[in-house]
Design a binder for this molecule. Structure first.
Ligand SMILES: [Zn+2]
Ligand SMILES: [Zn+2]
Length: 263
């Protein structure tokens, strides 16, 4: 039996709506064998949507409690979604090394101090061309991948979230980024939440995904659930897409080691 897993979900410890227990109950109901919690950790706080470093011990105890309670029913992993800042690499590393994560997801939600991911009113988008935003975003993503801090790169083309489509073809940028992922030894996730965002498609989109596949970058799956009912959203479509592209496996994690899971 294939192992069904979802590695990207948030609880009330960051910006999710449900408790750990509610998420676990729903995952079991949906037939998942393995889930990983990945609440936000942002070293530049405080933010209403993220934990600071002093919130992580609470996450450890919450996960420990559900692991004990649901032992034998579902495997529960200790992941985390970490905001990347190029000027904070050492501080982030200092925090992360204190814990025994199953995996660490790296995210670029900020360009300098602009949280473009939360700028749904488009306050600052109009200051830049979309091509410029792609260059900027992908430069940050490349630095994040190369930092050595992360196992998986989250929603790798999140810059398109609010329908920010490049004015010109970006295949070269996608290819370079995929090559940098390969050198860095990171995986990426197909983040299925994009379907429910204004962009209306998975992160990453087809063209970037093809470059990632061509560069042999391992792939995992995350729903980016902020509510229990979102667990595993659109996973069948994502798996079909990856199989058609030629991916033989997804990757799972245990203590930051990869495990191949046949698709
Ligand atoms: Zn994110
Ligand atoms: Zn997330």
């Amino acid at each position: 039996m294939p192992i069904r897993f979802d590695y990207h979900m948030h609880t009330r410890l960051s910006d999710g709506k449900n408790s750990h227990e509610e998420m676990v109950e729903e995952a079991i109901k949906k037939g998942f064998n393995e889930i990983g919690f990945s609440d936000h950790f942002c070293i530049k706080g405080p933010n209403s949507w993220a934990m600071e470093a002093d919130g992580i011990p609470k996450m450890v105890s919450e996960i420990d409690a559900v692991q004990k309670k649901y032992d034998g029913k579902i495997r529960i992993l200790f992941g985390i979604e970490v905001d990347y800042f190029p000027d904070k690499e050492d501080e982030i590393a200092q925090v992360l090394k204190q814990y025994s994560f199953d995996y660490v997801i790296g995210s670029v939600h900020f360009l300098d101090d602009w949280n473009y991911d939360s700028d749904s009113a488009h306050k600052r988008y109009t200051e830049f061309s979309n091509d410029y935003l792609y260059q900027w975003y992908f430069a940050e993503l490349q630095k994040a991948a190369s930092s050595g801090l992360f196992d998986t790169m989250a929603h790798p083309d999140l810059i398109k979230k609010f329908q920010v489509w490049p004015e010109s073809a970006q295949n070269g940028l996608f290819r370079t980024t995929a090559e940098i992922f390969a050198d860095a030894g990171v995986a990426f996730e197909v983040n299925t939440s994009g379907i429910d965002r204004p962009c209306g498609e998975f992160f990453p989109g087809k063209e970037f995904l093809t470059e990632l596949f061509n560069a042999d970058i391992p792939v995992t799956l995350g729903s980016d659930s902020h509510k229990a009912e979102q667990i595993g959203r659109y996973f069948n479509d994502a798996k079909t897409m990856l199989k058609e592209l030629g991916y033989p496996n997804l990757v799972r994690y245990r203590k930051r080691e990869r495990i191949n899971e046949p698709l």
